[in-house]
Every structure is written in C-alpha cells, then in structure tokens.
Ligand binder design. Structure first.
Ligand code: VGL
Ligand code: ZN
Length: 233
C-alpha cells in the first residue's frame, strides 16, 4: 500500500527584534507576542529559520535619510542602477519600476541593540538567520527577496534542500515583513505556507493583511493550539 508521505514542517520567525517589539518601531501590543513565539519555537519542527531586518545607517527606508520628508510619509524609490546592471536587468526599465516607500524611524541598524533578537529568543535556536534590508538603497520586507529581485536570500534554497512540505510563519510586522514573506513563500509553490495569527503583531490594527494573505493562497492558523493539532502534538 502506498504510504502517505510524512510532512516536513519548518518554522520561519520574522524580525523578532528589539526595535519592533519595544524600540523605535514597536508594533502595538508587541511584548505580548514574545511568549507565544517562544513556545512555537519549542514545537517539534524539522528546521527553524529567523529573519532579521539589518539596515546600514542612513538606509533608504529611514525618514532621517530624506531631510524635509515626513516620518511615516511616502516617497517613490527606484531600483539602484548599479544593482540593475549587476543583475543583467534592463536599465531602461528603472524609471517605471518606482515603489511607494513608507519612511520609517531609524530601526534595526546593523550591530545596534535595537537590531538584536528580543530576549529570550536567541540566534542559536535557529538553523539559519536570514539578514535583509542590508543594501543602503534597497528596501526588503520579504525574507526571500526584494521587490525588484535584485537581492535574493538563501531562504528558498534552504527550504528546498530540506524538502519542506509545510512552512509556518510567525513574527512581526504582520502587515509588512510577515505579509511579504508569506506571499513570496506561497509563490514558490514547493510547500504549503501557513501564518499563525496568535504569533503575529502588526503595525496597523485594521487587520487588512489577513484577507490579502488568504487571497494569496496562504493558510491562516488562528491559535497555537490549532498549530499543535496540525503538528500532531
Ligand atoms: C518591517 C517596517 C520596516 C518589518 C521592517 O519587519 O515588518 N517593517 N522594516
Ligand atoms: Zn526595516
């Protein structure tokens, strides 16, 4: 008799860093998600990954890098020409590839306390740490790649190598990096992508991200108990 292939469950913890929980860009109710994420990390996954937002000082997404522009205002940004050339993309496409960038307070600056994983989460709990937003001129909400596909992380290759069948995502911010990462994960199509709502907090409390995620084919798991039931524990 043909056996049902057993699932390979992986966890992706997005940007559980001091600045997003209690620091310069703290999400509402951030500290209350720490224990849930900690408990989820301890569930029996085959592999665990974490992303960290990891910006150089003066990053393009910082309002402080654009004198005269308002904090939390919008600004059109274009793909940096040198990276477009390095990637072999058409330089004539640059002008039409502008994106509306939110101008954030300085956050998750490389090597600063605000960029550390929030206590008691530790890097050695993960099989790999994915750093994103590391280029001064490129915003990158997704742990897989930036929206211009100039900088691609190792995450897709790591998940394929493990033959992951189910990817579970938690962390912050639900309406930015969790959403972008989950949409990219679902697009790969090599595994089923889930977001665990109890392990997520968002910048906006409107909750629009949940319908967007469903439309993108992402499965929503409401609570840690529902997650445990799926994992059979
Ligand atoms: C994020 C805003 C700016 C996130 C990162 O991790 O969701 N949000 N940079
Ligand atoms: Zn950022």
């Amino acid at each position: 008799m043909a056996e049902t292939p057993s699932p390979v469950n992986a966890l992706l913890v997005i940007d559980m860093q001091v600045d997003f929980i209690t620091g310069s860009l703290a999400v509402p109710d951030g500290p209350s998600v720490i224990d849930t994420v900690k408990d989820i990390i301890n569930l029996p996954f085959h592999a665990r990954y974490a992303s960290k937002d990891w910006h150089p000082p003066g990053h393009i997404s910082f309002a402080s890098a654009h004198p005269g522009k308002a904090l939390f205002g919008l600004m059109t940004i274009l793909p940096p020409k040198h990276l477009v050339i390095a990637k072999g993309q058409d330089v004539r496409s640059i002008a039409e590839r502008g994106l509306e960038q939110v101008l954030w307070p300085d956050h998750c600056v490389q090597g600063t306390p605000g960029a550390q994983l929030v206590d008691p989460l530790r890097e050695d709990q993960f099989d790999a740490i994915i750093l994103k937003g590391t280029d001064p001129g490129v915003e990158c909400y997704s742990a897989f790649k930036d929206p211009w596909e100039l900088l691609i992380s190792d995450l897709e290759a790591l998940l394929r190598e493990k033959r992951v069948t189910d990817l579970y995502i938690v962390g912050v911010a639900g309406d930015y990096c969790v959403k972008a990462s989950a949409i990219d994960a679902a697009k790969v199509g090599a595994w089923k992508t889930w977001v665990v709502r109890e392990g997520v907090r968002s910048v906006s409390t409107e909750g629009k991200e949940w319908d967007i995620l469903k439309s993108a084919g992402v499965g929503i798991i409401d609570t840690i108990s529902d997650l445990k039931a799926r994992l059979g524990v």
